[in-house]
Every structure is written in C-alpha cells, then in structure tokens.
Design a protein around this ligand. Structure first.
Ligand SMILES: [Zn+2]
Length: 413
C-alpha cells in the first residue's frame, strides 16, 4: 500500500460518506414537510400532489443511496481489486499494437461499466418511474436505445481514442496540450452537431406550429432577435411523463426544445415566458461561458494527467502493475470524480446563477407571473420537491430550488 492508495481510499470514503449524509438530510427534510404544502404554493398545488412529490423524492433518494455504495464498490474493484489490471493483461496478451490494445481496453471498460449499471437503469425506469406513473418507455424502445448508444459509442469512440492515444505516444512532452486542442475541437463540434445529428436518432423534433402561439412567439423573437426556425417540440412522451424545456447547440444549430409533455399543460402566455427564459440563456451567452470554463478545466485536468503519467505511484497506488498511456487515461477518468466531488457546489453555483440571469431576462421580456405559473405546473407535474434540503441542493441542483426561484421571480412582479 502506498500513500496515494491511502489518500484515494480516504477521499472515496469522504466523498461517498458526504453524499450519503446529504441524501439522509434530503430524506429527513422532505419527510418532515410531507404533511403540508409550503405557503407560496398552497393555492396552486394540492396536498395529494405535494405528497406524491415527497414520496417520489424519497424513493429516488433510497435508490441513489444504493447506487452510491454500489458505484464505490465497483470503483474499488476496478482499481485496487485488480479489475482494470486483469483486463489490461488480457488485452496485452493478444499482442496488438499499444494503440489498438488501448482502444480495446477503453471500450471494454466503457461497455462493462454500462453493463454493470444496466440493472440500475432498468430498475429506475421500469420500477421506480413506473410506480409514480412517469414511465412511458416500452421495453423495445429501451433495448433499441441501448443498442443505438453502443453503436454511437463505437463510431465516435474509436477514432477519438485513436487520435488521443496516438498523440500521447508520438507528440512528446507536450502531448497533453495537443490532446486538449483535439478535445476542445471535438467538444465544440459535438455541441454544434449533437442537436442536428444525434438527438433526432432518439426523438422526433417538430417545429412549433400552433396558430395561437405563433403571433405571440414571433413578437417575442422579433423583440429579442432570435432565429425563429430554432424552436422545436420533442416527443418526450415516448419515454417519460416528465416535462421540460432546454436550449442547446451552437451557431446555425442553436435551438430551443420544448417537451410535448410540457407544451400540453401550459397556456400560450406561460409558453412565451418559458421561451423567454430559454432565450435569456442565449442572450446572456451562457453557452459561450460554459465553453470557456470547460476549456479551462480540461486544460488543467490534462496538464495534471501529463504530470501524473510519469509518476509510478499513480499506477501502483491504483492497482495497475503495467503503466501505459491508456491505463493512465482510464485511471484518471475513474478517480477524478472522487477528488473533484467537493468542487461540485462551486460549479453548480455558476449554473444556478445562470438560471437566475435567464429568469431576470424572461421577467423583462415576458410576464414574470406567467413564468411562475409555468414553473409551478412544471414542479407539480414532475413531482419535484418544494422542500429540498439546502445543503443537498447545493451539491446536486443545476437549477435553483423551487421556493428560492419562485421568490426571486416574485420580486420582479
Ligand atoms: Zn434555464
């Protein structure tokens, strides 16, 4: 056992322990407030819906706790338990070139990890979501999705890992910098291509065509200067009863997507307010800011990997006997979440700040009251808790918790 092994185990216990403790806090808070709808929502959300939200949140937390422990055990088996080392030895015995071996090991790890998580996905969709009437996924759709994801992973994964491993082998001491350039180019290309190429493989996107809505929306788009062919309705109801809206893409492929489940329950005024919120993300340049922070973080990460790859203790400390470029990469991806876990509140703070900014923009461009109404419907229909634990929320929520977000918008009325 070396010092790095001790550090890894301590961090894994701290990160997992903290997550379990936060989940327990969330459980207690939601359970304690189950009996009464909190005041700002008591006019719009019936007690039955509030209790469904509490039960749903609690069921998800129990599931999360089991998944957390399972993931920690699997990580230990991959690393100190010798799983990755065994896989590496098996592939090396086949005597391919280092790059082909690397691609083989990386893809094997990817598929084995997904296979191990499969029972959890099945349980989540077909038991948990089913119990609360959210699941619309047919087993055939589920299997088709899995196969499609596996094929996409091959088509994208093989060339990308080939380039990365080739640079690690050939590009000298500064390989991590060249990999960073490739990685950024790939990420930005995917941000542009994903909504147009990958998303339509899984869902149907149709232009928003409702006549009543059209004039409202066209006025809003004229006020804000957004291209009108970038608004789509997605058939989210094929897989789930949850509703949502999101913004995505870059340049010519930038778009705003409404789930059909959301559109169905909102009035035209509320849809306009939600759209104004999504437009706010574009207007405040949140995608660009996200790219800049991703660039900075991945550069730091790759520079760190560039140093770790020359440290023998990094490999032996994590159960790898035969140091190589690809095992360094895999180990890094394995253990990074353990060491970066305590940074997540800072990252999420930024995304929640962006949500407030988009809400402020929506309040200027549309009716803030309509946005509040839309959010309340969204919380109700998604059975989202109105009484989250603040600390749990700080570590998990990309959006401000319901009461805070509604109060913030209430100040704009
Ligand atoms: Zn938003």
């Amino acid at each position: 056992m070396n010092t790095f092994t001790d550090l890894f185990i301590i961090m894994l216990i701290l990160a997992t322990g903290t997550q379990l403790w936060l989940a327990k806090r969330q459980y207690n808070r939601v359970h304690a407030h189950r009996g009464e709808v909190p005041t700002p929502f008591s006019d719009n959300i019936p007690l039955v819906a509030h209790q469904k939200a509490a039960d749903y949140t609690i069921a998800k937390i129990r599931f999360e706790q089991i998944d957390l422990v399972f993931s920690a055990v699997i990580l230990l088996l991959w690393t100190l338990g010798g799983g990755l080392d065994l896989l590496d030895t098996t592939w090396r015995n086949l005597e391919f070139s280092p790059i082909v071996t690397g691609i083989g090991v990386l893809l094997s790890v990817f598929y084995i990890s997904n296979l191990l998580e499969l029972p959890f996905s099945i349980y989540r969709i077909f038991v948990l979501e089913q119990r609360f009437d959210f699941n619309h996924t047919k087993p055939a759709t589920f299997i088709k999705d899995l196969l499609l994801q596996a094929v996409i992973a091959l088509i994208i994964g093989i060339p990308l890992t080939w380039v990365v491993l080739w640079l690690m082998e050939q590009a000298g001491q500064l390989w991590w910098f060249y990999v960073w350039i490739v990685w950024m180019g790939f990420s930005i290309f995917m941000m542009w291509a994903y909504p147009a190429i990958i998303s339509p493989l899984f869902n149907k996107f149709s232009p928003l065509s409702d006549i009543d809505l059209k004039s409202r929306i066209e006025k809003l788009l004229a006020r804000t200067g957004f291209k009108s062919n970038g608004i789509f309705i997605m058939d989210g109801s094929r897989r789930s009863g949850h509703g949502n809206a999101y913004f995505t893409g870059l340049g010519t492929n930038k778009r705003i997507v409404f789930f059909d489940t959301l559109i169905k329950s909102l009035t035209p005024g509320e849809i306009e307010a939600v759209l104004a919120h999504e437009l706010g993300h574009f207007k405040r340049r949140h995608i660009h800011k996200r790219i800049v922070s991703m660039a900075a973080l991945s550069l730091i990460g790759l520079a760190l990997l560039g140093w770790l790859i020359d440290q023998q203790w990094f490999f032996t400390g994590l159960g790898i006997q035969h140091a190589s470029d690809y095992t360094a990469l895999i180990l890094f991806l394995f253990v990074l979440p353990v060491f970066s876990f305590f940074m997540s509140p800072f990252m999420l703070y930024v995304t929640r700040k962006h949500e407030f900014e988009a809400d402020d923009y929506a309040a200027e461009q549309a009716n803030p009251n309509e946005l509040i109404q839309a959010l309340v419907k969204l919380y109700k229909e998604n059975a989202a808790t109105l009484t989250p634990d603040p600390l749990y929320s700080a570590f998990h929520d990309s959006h401000p918790p319901a009461p805070i977000r509604v109060a913030h918008l209430g100040n704009k009325l």
